[in-house]
Design a protein around this ligand. Structure first.
Ligand code: 6CS
Ligand code: FE
Length: 268
């Protein structure tokens, strides 16, 4: 897949672009099967809602399951990512936010890069988030909302809130922008949420302000997000880095492939 000049210009201007129909129904079914297999592996990479039981997110599936390994090296994701940030990309972070029907919780307003800057010492925002809709996304099941063009402001003012410093996985609540900041930003940057069928892919900038509301609908909203970073922009923490499920260690540039995704049993 190749992004047109127009789409590249749109990304620069808005901080995100959406491409429908990137994955087929059969591939989506394979991805769902792989997700069901992967979440049987227990560990700190499984993030729960505040009830401590319901799954909210799973991290680093690409390090455990062959299908997700294939997905992150797919030319359909990696090709456009290279166009947007440049060559020599690796996976800094991989997650699937599994927003369940009837109450999957919100994600507070935040920017991603400040977390990686402060917690991981990622030198620059030379990365891109690639989000794959695993379910149809409508206005009802808690779509991600962007402040259009807010990536152009940078992220100088985003700071971690006092408290909660011990968690490895940093919830956006600990990094959320103030109400004053958001009111000001929303006055200039329109709130907008890409919607579409499962198989749609959204590319978004690590400094765009975004968040999402709870899912009160009867429909799930599983959203897979892989963050590609430039190998030359890999985190350089002074001390112990955060765990591998949050911060990818293998910074070898990925080589894209053009295969379809097939059902593959988990290796673990
Ligand atoms: O701890 C982290 O890296 C996660 N936290 C936030 C707010 N964004 C990026 C990432 O998913
Ligand atoms: Fe985010």
């Amino acid at each position: 897949m190749k992004l047109s000049e127009e789409m590249l210009a749109q990304y620069d201007r808005d901080g995100f672009i959406a491409a429908p129909g990137v994955f087929s129904q059969a591939e989506l079914a394979s991805i769902k099967t792989a997700l069901a297999e992967d979440v049987t592996v227990k560990g700190p990479h499984l993030i729960t809602e505040d009830d401590g039981e319901t799954m909210r997110a799973v991290y680093a599936s690409h390090t455990r399951h062959p299908l997700f390994r294939d997905l992150v090296t797919s030319e359909r994701l990696l090709g456009p990512a290279v166009q947007l940030v440049g060559r020599d990309l690796y996976v800094h972070q991989f997650k699937i936010n599994t927003k369940r029907p009837f109450g999957g919780e919100s994600w507070a307003w935040h920017q991603d890069y400040p977390v990686w800057r402060d917690a991981d010492r990622m030198p620059e925002a030379r990365a891109v988030n690639v989000a794959v809709f695993l379910d149809d996304v409508s206005e009802f099941n808690g779509p991600v909302v962007f402040l259009r063009g807010s990536h152009r402001l940078g992220s100088g003012t985003s700071r971690r809130r006092q408290g909660g410093e011990t968690a490895e996985h940093i919830d956006p609540r600990d990094y959320t922008l103030s109400g004053d900041d958001l009111s000001r930003l929303a006055g200039v940057h329109e709130m907008t949420s890409p919607k579409g069928a499962a198989g749609t892919v959204v590319f978004f900038h690590p400094e765009i302000v975004h968040g999402s509301a709870p899912n009160i609908s009867p429909y799930p909203r599983d959203l897979l997000i892989t963050t590609y970073n430039s190998s030359s922009n890999a985190p350089r923490p002074p001390g112990e880095p955060r765990p591998e499920y949050l911060v990818g260690r293998d910074t070898t540039p990925l080589v894209p492939h053009a295969r379809l995704l097939e059902t593959m049993a988990a290796t673990t």
